[in-house]
Design a protein around this ligand. Sequence first.
Ligand code: 6GU
Length: 244
Amino acid sequence: MRLDIISIFPEYFAPLDVSLIGKARERGTLDVRIHQLRDWTHDVHKTVDDTPYGGGPGMVMKPEVWGEAIDAVIGDGAPRMIVPTPSGRPFTQELAQELAGEPWLLFACGRYEGIDSRVMAEYATRLPVDEVSIGDYVLAGGEVAVLVMVEAIGRLLPGVLGNAQSAVDDSFAPGSMRNLVEGPVYTKPPVWRGHEVPAVLLSGHHGKVARWRRDEALRRTVRNRPELAAALDPDTLDKHDRKL
Ligand code: 6GU
């Protein structure tokens, strides 16, 4: 997969050199290219923003520089374009899976109050364009959101995760303990500072372990994600569950 990222802060993307994503890049599974937006300005101050039409606080990123940058990066190609913004559609595991199936993604990182909307309108005539939000809070710019998305997408690429089952079992992964978050996990030693590992996990009884894990996942979902618990299909719950 090829990933292009355009930003006025390329330094934000140093973490993409390490860990899973860094190794995927070394192996050639991921071809990440980071671009400085200001390279496509023409004035001595390398201006990328201006005041908003209609008034209001903050600054808006100018369309001309974005147009030149995107044209140069994509050439005759047609990547899927992602614009991180708190007003975008939610980034979910489902969207991560969908994006992991694309051959080429272009992330256009806005700062300030965002990018002049005509940039998205222009490229939407030529490319699939999605404005995407990683959650209901406001970041200072799209860079950290792109790091989040690239990690979520990158770990789904073939050969990136050491254990292929890890991505299947994830909280929110389609087809895991569907619609439940994951329960607690334990490793050795069996007792640590007086806290014992639940005995069932040491029992060697695979059926009981599976049932316990599902119960714990359900308990955690009810406690931490009541909106997910309320949306569970009642047919997937038995009498035992209702007592949890
Ligand atoms: Cl994608 N960008 C910014 N600036 N803030 C956000 C966001 C994105 N998602 C949540 N908050």
